[in-house]
Design a protein around this ligand. Structure first.
Ligand SMILES: [Zn+2]
Ligand SMILES: [Zn+2]
Length: 270
């Protein structure tokens, strides 16, 4: 069987949960009564994503009191009340993350174009919706292929073994994830000058923003974990260009650039 399960990120921080574990425990509600190990689960994330973000598999079904340490994901619940409510369920599905996908095609409006009635309110079976299921499968595959091709193209000068290629794809996926996360945490207005593209360009500018790495990537030796909260900031295209220019051989810092912008703004007012 194939399912869509919606997740309200305002209640449960699924993104962070999947950053820390490759599985989660999901309460087996009435709608999920017929779910079984081996079933595929697409997880639909609400605001600000409004799209299917994960393809997962039900690994097993566990009884709360026997197998599950219910406290293990307490940190990902946004408030105590929801956490306690969730603890009341008898059974939980151990859901393992198989694929992470980041594609516009899995956004709500496209899902609706392909047979979904409205934003999913609770878990639903996809069995009787072959068109929608087919569309989702195809979108996931297209996304995986796209990532593969792009990674391959960027690395075309190096000859890579399969293993290295896999690592490269993983790193690329991690970077896109970190970027999405930064937008979720910091919003889409420029951290330096405050500009918001939607304010200026309307619908066209909606959700557009560039992401600046506070620690330059080229300074990092080998692997390093990006912390979207501290290392990445949203900036408009102008401020981003300025952040990559230099004064006396040094890049201007975010704080310094803010000062410059503010000072000149105030001067214009006088
Ligand atoms: Zn700016
Ligand atoms: Zn930058």
């Amino acid at each position: 069987m194939v399912w869509i399960i919606p997740c309200n990120l305002k209640k449960y921080d699924l993104i962070r949960a999947f950053e820390n574990y490759d599985f989660i425990y999901w309460h087996k509600s009435k709608q999920l009564a017929k779910s079984q190990p081996g079933d595929i689960v697409y997880i639909y994330c609400g605001q600000p994503y409004q799209k299917i973000v994960y393809r997962c598999k039900i690994e097993k079904i566990v009884k709360r009191d026997v197998e599950l340490d219910v406290d293990f994901d307490k940190a990902f619940w946004k408030n105590e009340r929801d956490y306690i409510l969730n603890k009341k369920y008898e059974e939980f599905l151990k859901i393992k993350q198989v694929d992470w996908v980041n594609t516009e095609s899995l956004k709500l409006n496209y899902l609706i174009d392909n047979g979904l009635k409205k934003a999913p309110q609770g878990p639903m079976k996809l069995e009787n919706k072959p068109k929608l299921l087919d569309y989702i499968k195809r979108s996931v595959n297209e996304y995986k292929n796209k990532i593969y091709r792009e990674t391959e193209m960027n690395e075309v000068t190096k000859l890579l073994e399969g293993k290295e290629m896999e690592q490269l794809i993983l790193r690329r996926e991690r970077n896109i994830k970190a970027r999405d996360r930064a937008i979720e945490l910091h919003g889409v207005s420029c951290s330096v000058c405050g500009v918001n593209f939607e304010d200026i360009y309307g619908e066209l500018g909606k959700n557009f923003i560039e992401i600046h790495h506070i620690k330059p990537i080229s300074n990092q030796k080998g692997e390093y974990e990006i912390n979207p909260e501290k290392d990445l900031i949203p900036v408009c295209s102008n401020c981003h260009s300025m952040l990559h220019r230099q004064i006396n051989g040094e890049n201007v810092s975010v704080e310094k650039l803010k000062e410059i912008v503010l000072e000149r703004k105030n001067r214009r007012k006088l």
